[in-house]
Design a protein around this ligand. Structure first.
Ligand SMILES: C[S@@+](CC[C@H](N)C(=O)[O-])C[C@H]1O[C@@H](n2cnc3c(N)ncnc32)[C@H](O)[C@@H]1O
Length: 254
């Protein structure tokens, strides 16, 4: 059972430091790699009408608008007031303060491309079907939905309990693929890998800041114990390196 109130509270708390996290910093090689791949797999051009559900602070969308020279404003949907406040600063976005599930059921919205970046795991299994069905209905003929998510088995340098928690919260990829197929999409899967090098101090600070929502499931004692585990595992290391594997699911409306 997904606790929406808890998720809301998490993003409210993290909103201020969100853009400082390596995974969400603007103008980095990491972000550029994602943007190039989003442009490619969504086949975006200047005329495209894009909706991004769970857009957060709108940083990805505003950068996309720039590199694709989008003429039409991007529908930037997020239920979190604090996150969306940042998106309101970009004139290329049309911020919509709304839950994603409610948005996809609204017949007034229509677009050719849809982006779901790092948000699909915030819906329950039943909601995932409804989300894809709603997007299918809102998409124009030949429309595309791109879901960016991560594997259930993670390579991130988390402490053991956090690895377990991740697996518990992150549904298997096949569930997202199956849901899209049932709704009428043809689905392709691509992996987008990027090697991350980060100072141990910065990584530990991120953990302390509970940068991803599964870390907010731990109380201070558990988190501190976990951080000690990481400190011991990487004793003598200045830098930690790991692979960031993003799963791109491209759903073609047919
Ligand atoms: C990990 S962040 C990703 C933000 C952005 N897509 C990015 O990649 O930077 C997840 C976002 O999903 C939003 N979210 C959570 N539950 C949602 C829901 N039911 N409908 C729409 N968005 C939701 C959160 O408010 C948060 O901004």
């Amino acid at each position: 059972m997904i606790d929406q109130k808890k998720i809301y509270g998490f993003y409210e708390k993290i909103s201020k430091s969100y853009s400082k996290c390596i995974f969400y910093e603007a103008d980095t090689r990491y972000q550029k790699n994602i943007l190039d791949n989003v442009k490619k797999y969504l086949n975006l051009n200047a005329e495209s009408k894009l909706a991004s559900i769970g857009c957060g602070n709108g940083s990805t969308e505003s950068a996309l608008a720039e590199i694709c020279r989008l003429k039409k404003k991007i529908l930037a949907v997020d239920p979190n007031k604090k996150m969306l406040t940042y998106a309101e600063n970009y004139s290329c976005l049309e911020p919509i303060l709304m839950d994603g599930l409610k948005f996809v059921k609204d017949k007034n919205f229509c677009y050719e491309k849809c982006l779901l970046k790092e948000i699909i795991h915030h819906f329950s299994q039943n909601e995932i079907y409804q989300v894809y069905q709603g997007i299918y209905n809102q998409l124009t003929e030949d429309g595309t939905v791109l879901t960016i998510t991560r594997n259930q088995e993670t390579e991130y340098p988390f402490f053991s309990e956090a690895v377990e928690k991740w697996r518990e919260i992150q549904p298997p990829i096949k569930l997202f693929i199956e849901a899209q197929r049932i709704c009428g999409f043809e689905v392709a899967l691509k992996e987008v890998n990027f090697k991350i090098h980060i100072s141990k101090k910065d990584w530990v600070d991120m953990l302390k800041n509970r940068f991803w929502s599964h870390l907010s499931e731990f109380d201070d004692d558990c988190l501190n114990k976990g951080i000690t585990e990481i400190e011991e595992r990487y004793r003598g290391y200045e830098t930690i390196s790991f692979n960031d594997c993003l799963i791109f699911l491209i759903g073609y409306k047919c």
